[in-house]
Design a protein around this ligand. Sequence first.
Ligand code: NAD
Length: 324
Amino acid sequence: MIKKISFVSGAAGFIGSSLIAELVRNGKHVVVVDDLSNGSLSNIQRLLNTGLVSFYNADLSSDSACDDAFAYASTLGKIDEVWHLAANSDIPSGVSNIEVDLKDTFLTTVSILKTMKANEVRSIYFASSSAIYGDLGDVLLTEESGPLLPISNYGAMKLASEAAISAASESYLDIACIFRFPNVVGFPATHGVIFDFMSRLKSNAAKLTVLGNGTQQKSYLHVSDLVSAMLFIANSQSINKIKLFNIGPIDRGVSVKWIAEQVIKRVSPQAKISYGTADRGWVGDVPKFNYSTAKLQQLGWQPLLGSEKAILLAIDEIAVQMGM
Ligand SMILES: NC(=O)c1ccc[n+]([C@@H]2O[C@H](COP(=O)([O-])OP(=O)(O)OC[C@H]3O[C@@H](n4cnc5c(N)ncnc54)[C@H](O)[C@@H]3O)[C@@H](O)[C@H]2O)c1
């Protein structure tokens, strides 16, 4: 029997490595395609050793490299579905250089869609973001909210990717799932607020400089809950061709100040926290958002951990990861 292959882009990174562990547990054969610009083979080594996961190094923003990656995966079986997670994950870097999100977020999506069409692969699962909504303060963000006016190139290129997937689904896709992630935390961290705080404390255990005044309030989901929600949505029945869901916890989140205090308590109790004066950490940062996950709850999914518990668990996990 010909093996069915799940092609997963960006899976040497934080979320992708957890996702493929779950796909393998569900009996899938996985081909990871990643250029290792922010991921690492060490994140997936245990899975590579099972023989159920293969790795191909490619920059998926290039059409020819994307073709080669599909050709490689096709030597192992029939590509059944694409999970597209490869992207720039560093929002500030895309503010100073517009090319970053254009290349790693949008062009990877376009190349993948073109190659899916050429190879007659008809199912895509896409990692989008709450950043597509822009900065709407306390307005409740549902899947129907609009107009969508992102404030970072990161959000803009995620939104452009959603649009390209929508157009492709009109002509050649059978299944398109768009997951709008919140802030995700856990192991193995490659970026994010906890990783950033611990990296700063590693180089100076006496002082933690926080970007912004610490009042930024966001919801956080543990990666284990995120992956559970993605698979729940993927396996759900829908009459709609495009399944579009916000994924997140049910609470309003925690402040950056609270996170800084918890990180210090865990890894460097003597450190002093120094805050900035702005209400946000960087240009393109959305300081507060009110995320509705009612649609996902109606489908029947709920997270195991709220924002506080997710952060506390991730602090422990990342402290171990960083040897702190
Ligand atoms: N972590 C979060 O809080 C969060 C929130 C919203 C959305 N997302 C999205 O989820 C996905 C995974 O994020 P993550 O947190 O695991 O980030 P990550 O940086 O750990 O993973 C992204 C992976 O993509 C790879 N990559 C980047 N450009 C590539 C290219 N041109 N070709 C091939 N591979 C490339 C990187 O090497 C990395 O392994 C991303 O699409 C990200 O935008 C993440």
